[in-house]
Design a protein around this ligand. Structure first.
Ligand code: F6R
Length: 617
């Protein structure tokens, strides 16, 4: 989740851009850069926070038009070369900043290299600026303008598959910048003799509250004099200028009261981003190019060992079920702090998978170092490019969820799960256990998930009401079977973490072996009862609970007409493939925890005693 900014006005562009980038730092900051149109294209970049970049920029840097970027790496490690803006032309003629993911960048890059374009970075973005150059100047050393910046950008973007919000400037067209958007956020700020573009309004809220939200496939030209927005066909649009009433803090959270709520909502786009470029519905194929394990090695695997902590461990537990059920490979999972000290028995043919959103959890790093001493291949699933875990494992799969600021993990959990689904299905395909047709169907169902999560989010008022009704409870229980068992554990952990209410998750079948003694009249028991192979058994467990006068809050599909006979409250998810239902149920439980904590007036984004990454053992 990078941030882009643009400025065209009467003030010096550099300080305005730097100030705007600082406001976007919450979107991630492993590196940053700006281009100012001064005597030509003048670009400055730096690794780390925006203050590092600020220190690089000459105090008297001229130019009233410019673009800027704060990067949170998805392609290529954090470095000055990979930082944006990226430029093209000799001498530099064009400069671009980009937020999003270009799915077909490898093919485009090969083609552009063949045509003589030189790449300086490992990013997907650099293909856009060279493509743009090709459309405007015809060839790498071309100087003659064949079309304007706006038309060139529109043509270049036609060749691109993926998501983008871009801002670009040309030394041949001083006094303006051009922006475009598809599937990544972009907003324009209308000032007095100055105009702004950014990934979100926080970037320019200090200057103006009048904004135009750019829609997909629209392009716009910004100059100090005005803003023109065009549709896909190039027709000038009459867009509504809206007034932003939020204060800065609310704007940073896109109007949500807490980062956690924002991040719960972001799961729709985060899963989309995780899947981007990794699946082909048409071919029934899954591309995990970052996986260094070849097909032969995948076929020879006899065991997978998952290592993780906390929420990531819950994702891993579900991963174990998936890898065994779908791929037919024996899979173990360990809590990292236990793994190191239990003298594990290791055998050949084992793949170790470390799951860690931060990539910095000390226990996980130590467990990975331990398992590496057995010489088995290692794979990390993480959200943070360049984190320590990425240097400790042979391969890395990135969740691409964007920075998660709320301490309680939400979107990183569901994107970890998404990758585990892909891994299990990929292994199954390679080992001849599933056919491409099965994979096609699976991808079709998986692609529905972001839309189905949106349907769950649309019902948040019902979940809120339920949370408020039970907010006084001293103990909460969460029950699930099979794939819903890890989700029950996760639901309980979320509630504990942010609302400080005692909550326990159980495999529903275990209840009768002890925990049932804890049930009392009115104890809220959340039973995850989506349709599937254990549904009937789950109904029996619900009846056991009801017989002890506890109160049952069921999570069930919207088509289930039976569950209402047994449960006191039913929270609905859209009917989905049984295997994928956990991705929907967990959103209900995240919202339940969130609204309980809200009702109890807890510090939701920064719960007491907790840190976002636990870097001590
Ligand atoms: C729960 C939570 C923690 C982390 C755990 C591991 O909401 O955030 O339980 O999941 O500390 O962290 P990572 O995934 O960064 O290794």
């Amino acid at each position: 989740m990078c941030g882009i900014v643009g400025y065209a006005g009467k003030s010096l562009a550099a300080p305005v851009l730097i100030d705007s980038l600082k406001k976007l730092e919450y979107r991630g900051y492993d590196s940053a850069g700006i281009t100012v149109l001064g005597s030509g294209i003048e670009t400055y970049k730096s690794v780390g926070k925006i203050v590092n970049l600020e220190a690089e920029i000459p105090k008297k840097l001229g130019g009233n038009v410019g673009i800027g970027h704060t990067r949170w790496a998805t392609h290529g490690r954090p470095s000055t070369e990979n930082a944006h803006p990226h430029n093209s032309g000799k001498p530099g003629k064009l400069s671009i900043v980009h937020n999003g993911i270009i799915e077909n960048y490898l093919a485009l890059k090969e083609q552009l290299i063949e045509e003589g374009y030189e790449f300086k970075s490992e990013t997907d973005t650099e293909v856009i600026v060279h493509l743009l150059h090709k459309h405007i100047y015809g060839k790498p050393e071309g100087n003659e303008v064949k079309c304007g910046l706006l038309d060139g950008l529109r043509e270049a973007l036609k060749e691109i598959e993926g998501s983008y919000a871009v801002a670009t400037v040309s030394s041949d067209e001083p006094g303006k910048l051009v922006v475009a958007k598809k599937d990544s956020p972009l907003v324009i700020g209308i000032g007095n003799g100055e105009n702004f573009a950014a990934s979100d309004v926080t970037a320019f809220l200090a200057h103006t509250r009048d904004v135009i939200f750019v829609d997909d496939f629209e392009t716009a030209v910004l100059s100090p004099e005005g803003v023109e927005v065009f549709n896909r066909e190039g027709d000038l649009l009459n867009k509504t200028v809206e007034k932003i009433e939020w204060d800065f803090e609310a704007a940073e959270k896109a109007g949500y009261e807490h980062f956690m709520l924002k991040e719960i909502h972001e799961q729709v786009s985060a899963i989309h981003s995780t899947l981007s470029g990794k699946v082909s519905e048409l071919e029934g194929a899954i591309y995990l190019e970052e996986l260094t394990l070849g097909d032969d090695e995948i076929r020879k695997l006899s065991r997978v060992q998952i290592l993780a902590c906390g929420t990531s461990w819950h994702a891993g537990l579900l991963g174990k079920y998936l890898i065994e059920q779908i791929a037919g490979i024996h899979c173990d999972i360990d809590i990292c702090s236990e793994y190191r000290y239990r003298n594990p028995v290791m055998e050949g043919g084992t793949l170790a998978i470390a799951i860690t959103q931060s990539g910095e959890t000390a226990d996980t790093l130590a467990a990975v170092r331990e398992i590496r001493s057995y010489n088995c291949p290692t794979l990390a699933i993480t959200n943070v490019v360049g984190s320590t875990i990425t240097r400790e494992t042979d391969s890395v799969l990135y969740t691409r969820a964007g920075p998660e600021i709320g301490v309680a993990a939400t979107k990183t959990f569901s994107t970890q799960l998404t990758l585990l689904y892909l891994l299990a299905v990929k292994f199954s395909l390679v080992r001849g256990r599933s056919s491409p047709d099965y994979v096609k169907n699976f991808i079709t169902e998986l692609r529905k998930i972001p839309g189905q999560i949106q349907q769950v989010l649309n019902q948040k008022e019902i979940i809120k009401e339920c949370a408020e009704n039970f907010a006084g409870a001293k103990n909460y229980f969460f029950l699930g079977r099979h794939l819903n068992y890890p989700i029950a554990l996760e639901g309980a952990l979320k509630l504990k973490e942010i609302s400080y209410v005692h909550a326990e998750g159980f495999a529903a079948g275990e209840l009768k072996h002890g925990p049932i003694a804890l049930l009392a009249e009115g104890t809220p028991v959340v039973a995850i009862a989506t349709r599937g192979q254990t549904y009937e058994k789950m109904l029996s467990n619900i009846k056991e609970v009801k017989a002890r006068d506890a109160t049952v809050i069921a999570v069930a599909d919207s088509k289930d007409t039976e569950i209402g006979k047994y449960a006191d409250v039913v929270l609905r998810v859209p009917p989905s493939d049984e295997l994928l239902a956990p991705l929907l149920s967990v959103v209900v439980l995240q919202l339940l925890a969130y609204y309980t904590a809200l009702a109890l007036d807890c510090s939701i984004d920064k719960p007491r005693n907790l840190a976002k990454s636990v870097t001590v053992e």
